[in-house]
Design a protein around this ligand. Structure first.
Ligand SMILES: [Zn+2]
Length: 383
């Protein structure tokens, strides 16, 4: 099993360990410092536009990065004071194909205790942390030849009902974007809460199952990859759409049929969120660096992956073995994954190469199998 894992790591280009080592805590802190120094980044405030222009400028400094300021209309509602046009930022690292892997955080902030347009809303952890992780991941993955196109988004309107992510998800659907995966990072920069709970070794990834998408298979793959590639860090999977009564920017993408998951720290401090106390002093940048590494690992892998296989069939072979067949694409190398039927996570994987079938010395009754293109989201056996 270790040998096959080494093969996965070895065959992914460039070497993920070299990329992970480049994640820089000081740069993450600098981004959060600047973002949280805007009086507010509330979607209703002109300061949001200023913050978007600043982050767009940071993305523009990255060689090969194309930056778009996307505008979308919003109408007066509970947390939107008037009809207006709002901006958000999309940064793109073009790949050889138009298959897209997307990562984002929301740039808008909220303080429910003050005036929406003028009151102080630092929003350091929620969610300058996710925007900083996205900018840092873009910096690290820039300048490399990659099969797929990577997009990094600073969403706005999140706190007013996922307005920016909804606008982008609908646009992606309408324009036929081939979005393979969306990784939303929202509140990922603190490892402890006021109840004395601490966990700086894991980040939660929320995912749901549903029609038209394989978000849970995306989550399961991220868990497998990060647990093996990122030192002293792992993914805590949560098989739910999001936290109780809460939402995030992954959900509008799921609704449009795309694979999308949400990263969030393990022990949130709910009393600081949406208050003037969401400040940089409560953050843990060594932890945010680990979460960023998990994203770098995921985007590096998914960003190079070819499409997954079609028509996976699993059958009993020779009594005690399992025979898997699938429709292979020429030149695509495949990986087989397996787990006990009761295990939520993949327990083993083996690179089988550019073939369309394999036989495993495992009982077909007792396992769930999947086949993935090398570095891509595995396609799981049904039933
Ligand atoms: Zn948030």
């Amino acid at each position: 099993m270790l040998a096959s894992l080494a093969a996965i790591i070895f065959m992914t280009q460039p070497n993920p360990q070299d990329l992970l080592a480049q994640v820089d805590q000081a740069r993450l802190r600098a981004t959060v410092e600047t973002l949280s120094s805007f009086t507010t980044r509330n979607t209703n405030s002109p300061e949001l536009t200023n913050a978007c222009e600043w982050i767009a400028g940071e993305f523009r400094k990255i060689p090969g990065c194309e930056v778009e300021i996307m505008r979308y209309p919003v109408t007066a509602s509970r947390r939107i004071t008037r009809d207006m046009e709002v901006v958000q930022v999309i940064a793109t690292l073009k790949g050889e194909t138009d298959d897209i892997v997307m990562m984002g955080g929301h740039i808008d902030s909220l303080n429910l205790e003050v005036d929406a347009e003028t009151g102080r809303a630092p929003g350091a952890n929620d969610d300058a942390s996710g925007v900083a992780a996205s900018l840092e991941t873009c910096r690290i993955l820039a300048g490399q030849k990659r099969r797929n196109t990577l997009k990094f988004v600073a969403f706005s309107g999140e706190e007013q009902g996922l307005l920016g992510s909804t606008a982008l998800a609908k646009r992606a659907k309408a324009e036929g974007w081939k979005v393979q995966a969306v990784l939303s990072n929202d509140t990922v920069g603190s490892s402890s809460n006021l109840a004395g709970q601490k966990n700086d070794k894991q980040v939660r990834v929320f995912s749901e199952e549903g029609e038209g998408h394989h978000s849970r298979e995306l989550a399961r793959y991220i868990e497998w990859l990060v647990n093996h590639e990122v030192k002293d860090f792992s993914i805590k999977l949560v098989f739910r759409r999001d936290r109780f009564g809460r939402g995030g920017d992954h959900t509008p993408f799921v609704a449009e049929g795309f694979n999308a998951v949400r990263f969030v720290e393990v022990h949130e401090e709910y009393t600081r969120q949406h208050t003037p106390n969401d400040v940089i002093d409560h953050m843990d940048f060594a932890y945010l660096a680990k979460v960023t590494q998990a994203n770098v690992s995921s985007l590096s892998s998914l960003g190079d992956a070819r499409p997954g296989p079609a028509q996976l069939r699993v059958q009993r072979a020779d009594n005690h073995q399992s025979h898997l067949t699938w429709k292979a694409d020429e030149g695509t190398s495949y990986v087989v994954f397996w787990r006990d039927t009761t295990s939520p996570t993949w327990q083993g994987a083996k690179v089988v190469g550019a073939v369309g079938e394999t036989t495993l010395d495992m009982n077909v009754d007792d396992h769930t199998f999947a086949i993935g293109s090398l570095g891509g989201i595995p396609v799981a056996q049904q039933g």
